[in-house]
Design a protein around this ligand. Structure first.
Ligand code: SAH
Length: 350
């Protein structure tokens, strides 16, 4: 049987300590190693120069570090957005998008290779889900992008790339625990946003974790009839159950929920849709983010910034606050899944 080495990046400090002791080393070495991995973000054991050569060899024999290969780096010419297509160790690909804001950098990362949720407007779900990403791979998305920066820190992480984070629950929670750990990156949980299409039992489970992250829910339609059409997940977890889970999350974590609403011409952007949204969310202290749908050839949906602005005005007239999200990196296919999809199509055509 082949011995599969543990990805050392995935171990929380107490787990790393236990492993290091098991190997007959002093406990404090674990702290040094954690620092090399998560603060200095090194890519191999040789860089860990305050460890003896013998310990480095032992680590090499027992663990692995799996850096990602930057397969493509697309830089927007209209803003500072950078999109990475990363190659994973098994030949699969995922995407991350780095965005620059006034207050610093934010990175949108993928949580799965592909997606099983089947949203009708989304490029990530074409071809279905291939596999979950490990916590180590998600960290590598972050560290690879951070290493590319000469200065400035990525202090904000958005789990809004390829995949459904709550369909990869355990790995995502581990990732969040690692990235917020005070001995490592020490990111604030508040600076982490998790976006879900609405897996109700997992939202309820997440509310119990005691992690005050920001929850973003992809709504996109305010009636079951409409939402069933564009988001199959709604047939399993309809709107009443979803909104009640959101209220539960919000009251338990004391965090305001964001609802994402992508405008699609002739589907969900009429004045009557705004009224239905108002009826659904009335009295719930939440935020609504409006986004003109990104055109995906295979899906065929279109919208415009103008339609989003108009929808915002409809909502405002009803007393519902919403913002139209700045679309960053539109010239580099920054919508999730598009780059990976393009690569798959190009390979089919080769
Ligand atoms: N599965 C999670 C996170 C990944 S998708 C979720 O559903 O929330 C990230 C966001 O992009 C979601 O709000 C999703 O609905 C949205 N999205 C997907 N395809 C899009 C497109 N073509 N245009 C605009 N938004 C899109």
């Amino acid at each position: 049987m082949r011995f599969i080495k543990t990805d050392i990046l995935e171990l929380l400090p107490d787990e790393l300590e236990a492993e290091i002791e098991r190997l007959g080393e002093k406990k404090f070495r674990a702290k040094q190693i954690f620092d090399w991995l998560h603060i200095k973000k090194c890519e191999n054991f040789d860089e860990m120069t305050n460890l003896s050569a013998q310990l480095r060899t032992t680590l090499e024999d027992n663990f692995c570090i799996k850096p990602l290969k930057i397969s493509k780096k697309l830089e927007s010419t209209t803003d500072d957005t950078v999109k990475y297509l990363y190659g994973l160790s098994d030949g699969e690909f995922v995407e991350s998008v780095l965005m620059k804001y006034k207050y610093g950098y934010s990175l949108c990362i993928s949580t799965q290779v592909g997606c099983a949720m089947g949203c009708k407007f989304c490029a990530s779900t074409i071809g279905g889900k291939v596999r979950n990403l490990t916590a180590g791979e998600m960290l590598q998305e972050y560290y690879t992008a951070q290493r590319q920066l000469d200065s400035g820190r990525i202090g904000n992480i958005v789990l809004m790339g390829i995949g459904e984070p709550l369909d990869n629950y355990d790995n995502v929670i581990r990732f969040i625990k690692l990235v917020t750990h005070k001995s490592g990156n020490n990111l604030s949980a508040r600076d982490i946003t998790l976006s879900t299409c609405g897996l109700v039992p997992k939202i309820l489970q997440l509310a119990n974790e005691g992690l005050p992250i920001t929850l973003s829910v992809s709504l996109h339609a305010a009636t079951n009839m409409k939402r069933n059409e564009i988001m199959p997940v709604n047939k399993v977890y309809p709107l009443d159950k979803l909104i009640s889970a959101c209220k539960d999350f919000s009251s338990r974590t004391k965090r305001r929920i964001t609802f994402e609403y992508s405008l699609i011409d002739n589907v969900n952007s009429a004045k009557s849709d705004a009224f239905e949204l108002y009826e659904l969310l009335r009295g719930f202290n939440c935020h609504i983010n409006l986004i003109p749908i990104n055109y995906v050839k295979e899906c065929g949906f279109v919208s415009s910034r103008k339609a989003a602005e108009q929808f915002r005005i409809y909502l405002q007239e009803l007393g519902l606050n919403a913002t139209v999200r700045r679309t960053l990196g539109a010239d580099i296919n920054a919508a999730c899944g598009q780059l990976r999809r393009e690569k798959a199509v190009a390979e089919l055509c080769e």
